[in-house]
Ligand binder design. Structure first.
Ligand code: CP
Length: 296
């Protein structure tokens, strides 16, 4: 695994190996030493958990970590991103962690990257968020080891969600028993290769083992895609009553950041069934495994 660009390009065995490695880091607390390597975080879109967890992952592995301040970089003077990466490469940066609004940009960039550099996609537009998919699946497997027997419901703005897109691929690769995407028509995807899509909250949530809520991404909506938030809350917000449609031991996930009381009622987000903060914690270990994976 030279780069980590999207789940599609990983084999089932590689995904399982990355998750087992992440669980090993978490459960044993013993980490390898990668002090000979350097990582640069380049976040062209805002982030809290992904940026910080990649930073902590690098530090736990004893790597040198540079957070590039893009507001003060030479891109403000016209330098193109390819030259920024090339410049940093010759200053011995081995891994670039990139979040960018342009879909597919990581694929273009790796074509010109020097052979010793590795690119990790930390989210490209609405396209992919593979490290999120890895930590989501890690969290599910910790709680529900036999995923071939599980029903997973993903609820919210599926159309614009890179989290949903990457999750769909990892679910297919690992053979999730039943995958259902629940969304109002305006936020349903044009095409999805695995799982079913429904407008019906009732049938979608019924007997689910895992319920993943997604953020309402106001910043990504075209004018005709805007939906009255009150209508969305009334029809789709995950409330304690609606959660009762799922199995009694169902777990609740959310990739964050959350809009409390928009897509998920605060009492559900903070409730007993929530694993949202566990997802955040697992993100550090999943990203350590990704660093190891690209350097191996
Ligand atoms: N889940 C996620 O990508 O969160 P951030 O935008 O805070 O990194």
């Amino acid at each position: 695994m030279n780069h980590f660009l999207e789940v599609k390009s990983l084999s089932k065995e590689t995904i399982e190996h990355l998750i087992q490695t992440a669980l090993g880091f978490k459960n044993k607390g013993v980490y390898p030493d990668y002090s000979a390597y350097s990582v640069a975080n380049l976040f062209y879109e805002n982030s809290t958990r992904t940026r910080v967890s990649f930073e902590l992952a690098a530090k736990k592995l004893n790597m040198t970590l540079i957070n590039i301040d893009l507001d003060r970089s030479s891109e403000s003077k016209g330098e193109v991103i390819e030259d920024t990466l090339g410049t940093l490469s010759v200053m011995f940066i081995n891994i670039f962690v990139l979040r960018h609004q342009e879909e597919g940009l990581p694929y273009k960039l790796v074509e010109n990257l020097c052979s010793t550099a590795h690119l990790v996609n930390a989210g490209d537009g609405c396209h992919a968020h593979p490290s999120q998919a890895l930590l989501d699946m890690m969290t599910i497997l910790e709680n529900k080891p036999d995923i071939t027997q599980q029903k997973i419901a993903v609820l919210g703005d599926i159309k614009h969600s890179r989290v949903a897109r990457s999750f769909q691929v990892i679910a297919e690769k690992l053979g999730v028993g039943e995958l259902v995407f629940i969304a109002p028509e305006v936020w349903q995807p044009q095409s999805f290769s695995y799982g079913e899509v429904t407008q019906s909250l009732e049938s979608g949530l019924k007997d689910a083992d895992v319920v993943m809520c997604l953020r309402v991404q106001k910043e990504r909506l075209a004018e005709e895609e805007h939906m009255n938030l009150k209508t969305y809350q009334d029809q789709y917000m995950l409330t304690p009553t609606r959660l009762q449609l799922a199995k009694p031991d169902a777990i609740v996930l959310h990739p964050g950041p959350m809009n409390r009381n928009v897509e998920i009622e605060a009492s559900v987000a903070d409730g007993e069934q929530s694993r949202i903060l566990e997802q955040v914690k697992n993100g550090v270990y999943a990203r350590m495994a990704i660093f190891e994976g690209v350097l191996e």
